[in-house]
Design a protein around this ligand. Structure first.
Ligand code: ZN
Length: 161
């Protein structure tokens, strides 16, 4: 998806915090975004360029719709989603710090999977599998658990409550 188009759709809304390509569109987001981003990338030893937007699922649908893609109805109970068609990660739940970090790792892993041929194949097969049996989900949960444990060790003095 066109970067300039994404930027312009995002900036039609109030942006409460921005750090690189991460955007907070919800005024109730209480964390320092640039610290969060720095700590997540440090834990992964890599910076990712995919946009991450912190907002509610209703806003995510409006953004995706403004980008010319179809809205989704299943988002209501999700913590986050990697929206392939537009190349954006949306995070919907951010009240608690460690679950937030875990969700970011999980959705980033789905983005990483998109660039791994094995998971591209599994992604197609997963469409016919129930959620808990999906290879891409099991892998994303394992990835997030691994990096959350690493994150907790590395940031034990600095994790806000
Ligand atoms: Zn997932």
């Amino acid at each position: 998806m066109n970067k300039i188009l994404i930027q312009s759709v995002i900036h039609q809304r109030p942006v409460y915090q921005q750090s690189g390509r991460w955007f907070v569109l919800d005024e109730e987001f209480k964390w320092n975004l640039s610290t969060l981003q720095k700590d997540v990338f440090a834990c992964l030893n890599k910076a990712f360029h995919i946009p991450i937007i912190f907002c509610d699922s209703c806003e995510a649908n409006k953004i995706v719709s403004a980008l010319g893609e179809e809205e989704a109805e299943y988002l209501q109970f999700a913590s986050g989603v990697y929206w392939r068609e537009v190349g954006i990660i949306f995070i919907f739940k951010f009240d608690d710090y460690l679950p937030l970090i875990e969700t970011i790792f999980h959705e980033l892993r789905h983005y990483i999977q998109d660039h791994i041929p094995y998971y591209q194949k599994e992604f197609e097969l997963d469409k016919k599998r129930p959620y808990e049996e999906r290879t891409t989900e099991q892998d994303a949960f394992a990835f997030a658990a691994y990096y959350l444990a690493k994150f907790t060790r590395q940031n034990s003095h600095a994790i806000p409550s």
